[in-house]
Design a protein around this ligand. Structure first.
Ligand SMILES: Nc1ncnc2c1ncn2[C@@H]1O[C@H](COP(=O)(O)OP(=O)(O)OP(=O)(O)O)[C@@H](O)[C@H]1O
Ligand SMILES: Nc1ccn([C@H]2C[C@H](O)[C@@H](COP(=O)(O)O)O2)c(=O)n1
Length: 229
């Protein structure tokens, strides 16, 4: 089984997808972490992020080991544990330059599909990102577009960061500007065909996990002909 969770920044995709995977005993893939790892590597090498060819070469060369265990997440890039480093504000500020590089996307989508295929014998995987239902795994049995009002998303991300770690302006950049840039290459603001929209603005994390877990069980029980293609 493949469960696709797409949506804008701060809507709760990672926490929700990880929670669903843990509850249902599935694997979990945070595809955003792959774009963040390439960003980390390009910055480490001092590459000009506007040099799309050099950055795409870096994406192809990068050795990436990304955990699909929802209870133990890590990302190793070229042998370096970058699990924490890829969450730093400097990465969030630059990652859209990498995610809008179409050659990087082609490389990472291929890698994401390989991870998804590897997970199938284990029972399935919950995959979160921006283009999972529309590009990476169009055959997903359950497709969710997870949304929340912009103000709720800003408040959630702000609460997560250490006091004073970023200014209000930087926070807005991480959410609003990043979504606008990312939306130029992926469609995650409107539900694609067959996707269920869940607005989490007034739902707790546990409530969203409950809803998606129930939908997953229904999708699994449905005969194949009843599933969306
Ligand atoms: N339903 C919810 N209610 C309240 N807070 C939530 C809810 N879902 C997630 N959160 C919190 O919001 C913050 C952002 O969640 P998360 O990182 O999962 O979002 P995301 O969509 O994956 O963001 P990004 O795409 O920017 O990585 C986290 O601190 C998380 O605990
Ligand atoms: N499938 C995906 C996943 C992520 N991105 C982009 C969008 C973000 O700017 C960046 C990091 O994602 P996050 O960790 O914040 O979810 O990667 C994408 O284009 N496609």
């Amino acid at each position: 089984m493949i469960i696709a969770v797409d949506g804008p920044s701060g809507s709760g995709k990672s926490s929700t997808a990880r929670g669903v995977a843990t509850r249902l005993g599935l694997r979990f893939l945070d595809t955003g972490a792959t774009y963040r790892a390439v960003t980390w590597s390009a910055l480490e090498r001092g590459l000009d992020l506007d040099d799309t060819a050099a950055v795409a070469d870096r994406a192809r060369e990068l050795t990436l080991d990304i955990s699909t265990d929802p209870t133990r997440q890590y990302v190793i890039a070229d042998g370096v544990d970058v699990t924490a480093a890829i969450r730093e504000p400097r990465i969030s500020e630059s990652v859209s330059k990498i995610a809008t590089n179409l050659d990087v996307r082609a490389e990472l989508i291929q890698r994401q599909r390989a991870i998804i295929d590897d997970a199938q014998p284990t029972g399935g995987i919950v995959v979160e990102g921006r283009d999972i239902a529309t590009v990476v795994a169009t055959d997903a049995e359950l497709k969710v577009l997870l949304t929340a009002d912009q103000e709720a998303r800003l408040a959630r991300r702000g609460a997560e960061l250490a006091a004073g770690a970023v200014t209000a302006e930087q926070l807005r950049d991480q959410i609003v500007r990043r979504d606008a840039d990312d939306a130029t290459v992926s469609q995650f603001q409107v539900a694609s065909d067959g996707a269920v929209t869940i607005d989490s603005t007034h739902l707790s994390l546990e409530e969203v996990i409950d809803v998606i877990s129930r939908l997953a069980k229904e999708a699994e029980a449905a005969p194949p002909r009843d599933r969306e293609s």
